[in-house]
Design a protein around this ligand. Structure first.
Ligand code: ATP
Ligand code: MG
Length: 562
């Protein structure tokens, strides 16, 4: 259902304004039809998510249609594995292409016929220059190109040669079909661009049927045209290709969609090019495409990001006409916001320190009531066991604590969440001088966290009962790179120089409240004070969950930013 005009956001982005104007002018019979055209040569990243949300969102907003089209014209780099993963990720994001799953390779016959049509119109020719020679003839940004010596071949000769190219009579790279436009054009894309090249490579869909493949430029606009795309939205680097896009549609006299360019998404502390992401995977700097530190959709999913949060992020950053870099904190805020609302709370100690409550009876166990969500009583409560021996966070104890340290130190009293006040009396150390245990006493009058005499404590810390806790693996993540723009490297350097050596911390001895033993893969929790965690769907086993930290509770940089 289209959104009624009165409910549309008051400020319209520039693409919405273009579409509004097209509709007001009665173009495209009032239809809006968009598409997302990935090349199946890698996994999708957060930048692609932006394009998907934009294109599918516009179709939804205007009551139009959205196609998923694989732009599969380069068999050397493309694989079915990528097609499957991309399809799955887009479905996860919630974009719906209904029955319109398309492939450029489905149009190979039509494209071949159109190429012949341009030859017959004297607008395309077969060229024998090899790649190196073609570069020489192309000129530069400041100098015009020179005409190929093969430019004036007759229509018959061109048709004959093009047929021979298709029939496999020439070696790879020996001939190309080129559009006859203008070798002196200030736009290099118009200097007789290649329409077809010879390449003997197995195609993931057409097999060995073809040994010539159309170029991106000769495929993209025509595929849009065939599918009746009204607004072909792409990133800014295609702005210089638009005259060519228009030239092909006009020369072929076919339906002519409108290409609109917007700024691609760049994020701090990450790289966003498929080539670099592939390198990270191949060289094993990360565990795979779904490594939770990767800004791929796969990685985000494994980290515990929700589709809702990714969509909210894409919506919030909007669309722009000039390139910029977005602070990754916006993405982290989006997932915090979603999970804050719905992740059940739990007690989990990441780096445990033992506490013995000396005045608590040895055999006693109390089941204390804990809220599943402090702001949402409707999410109910659960029982957490309390006993004489507990674990607390190592960081919640300090030996020579400053005055403002409101947690444990000898002689100080704190509140244990949902339990009692305890006071630390003594520190036990090992031979190396490490603190290994705290001896404390509790005040039985403070059950539930308040003292009847009205005395206050400033600190509340989390804990688990040592004999009941489950031991689990917990993985903490930091940015994969330690500079804001790792893609920008000085000559001779590599983006790999900026890999953050501390981007993954694996804790194998986290102690968690017993209810988490049954945590199901793919679910979320907030460990109070420690952040949002996702039960890893791959490595978790029944009764033995593994937790990935999706986000910390607060962005430690937030204050500096706002
Ligand atoms: P990369 O540069 O990462 O290799 P790509 O553009 O080559 O990406 P495609 O599969 O061709 O990858 O991209 C499909 C669509 O996604 C294109 O329309 C492209 O414009 C868009 N897209 C790619 N990267 C971004 C980005 N960072 N922000 C927004 N849209 C993007
Ligand atoms: Mg591309």
């Amino acid at each position: 259902m289209p959104t009624p005009p009165e409910e549309k956001a008051p400020s319209r982005n520039f693409i919405q304004q273009i579409i509004d104007a097209d509709l007001a002018a009665g173009k495209n019979e009032g239809q809006v039809h968009t598409r997302f055209p990935p090349e199946p040569n890698g996994y999708l990243h957060i930048g692609h998510a932006k394009s998907i949300c934009l294109n599918s969102g516009l179709a939804q907003e205007y009551g139009g249609k959205f196609n998923l089209r694989f732009d599969d014209t380069n068999p050397a780099k493309e694989e079915q594995e990528y097609v499957d993963a991309i399809t799955d990720d887009i479905r996860w994001l919630g974009a719906d292409w209904e029955d319109r799953l398309c492939f450029s390779s489905d149009y190979f016959d039509q494209l071949y016929d159109w190429a012949a049509q341009l030859i017959k119109a004297g607008k395309a020719y077969v060229c024998d220059l090899d790649a190196e020679q073609m570069r020489e003839y192309r000129g530069s940004l400041t100098e015009p190109g020179r005409d190929s010596p093969y430019r004036e071949r007759t229509v018959d000769e061109n048709l004959d040669l093009f047929n021979q190219m298709k029939a496999g009579e020439f070696a790879d790279g020996s001939h190309t079909l080129r559009a006859k436009i203008d070798m002196a054009s200030p736009n290099v894309n118009l200097r007789d661009p290649v329409m077809y090249r010879i390449k003997r490579a197995h195609h993931h869909r057409t097999g060995d049927q073809w040994c010539i493949y159309p170029s991106y430029d000769f495929t993209h606009g025509q595929s849009d045209s065939i599918e009746g795309i009204t607004h072909s939205i792409c990133t800014l680097e295609f702005e210089n290709h638009r005259p060519l896009y228009d030239w092909f549609c006009e020369s072929l006299e076919i339906y002519h969609p409108r290409q609109i360019e917007f700024a691609r998404l760049n994020l701090t502390y990450t790289v966003m090019s498929k080539r670099l992401l592939l390198q990270l995977v191949n060289e094993k700097h990360v565990a795979g495409w779904d490594d939770p530190r990767m800004l791929t959709i796969r990685g985000l999913r494994r980290r515990g990001y929700t589709a809702k949060s990714v969509r909210a992020f894409c919506e919030r950053i909007g669309v722009a006409k000039s390139n910029s870099t977005i602070d990754i904190a916006w993405l982290e805020d989006a997932i915090r916001e979603d999970l804050n609302d719905r992740a059940p709370r739990a007690l989990g100690v990441l780096k445990p320190l033992k506490v013995v409550i000396e005045n608590y009876p040895e055999e006693q166990v109390e089941q204390l009531e804990a809220a599943n969500h402090p702001q949402k009583p409707e999410l109910g409560t659960r029982k957490v066991p309390f006993s004489r021996e507990l674990y607390v966070e190592q960081a919640d104890f300090m030996e020579d604590a400053p005055k403002k340290f409101f947690r444990l130190s000898v002689g100080r009293e704190v509140r244990l969440r949902y339990a009692y006040f305890i006071t630390c009396n003594e520190v036990i150390k090992d031979e190396a001088g490490n603190v290994v245990e705290l001896r404390c006493t509790y005040d039985p009058e403070t059950k539930g966290g308040n003292a009847p005499d009205g005395r206050k404590v400033k600190g509340t810390i989390h804990w688990v009962s040592a004999q009941h806790a489950i031991q689990a693996e917990v993985r903490l993540y930091d940015h994969l790179f330690n500079v804001e723009k790792p893609g920008k490297v000085p000559e001779g350097g590599s983006f790999l120089d900026h890999l953050n050596p501390n981007s993954l911390e694996v804790l194998t001895n986290a102690q968690l409240e017993p209810s988490l033993a049954e945590a199901q893969g793919g679910t979320h929790f907030q460990f109070e004070r420690n952040g949002y965690f996702f039960v890893d769907p791959v490595d978790s086993k029944s009764g033995k969950p593994v937790f990935n930290r999706t986000a910390t509770l607060r962005d430690s940089w937030a204050k500096a930013r706002r």
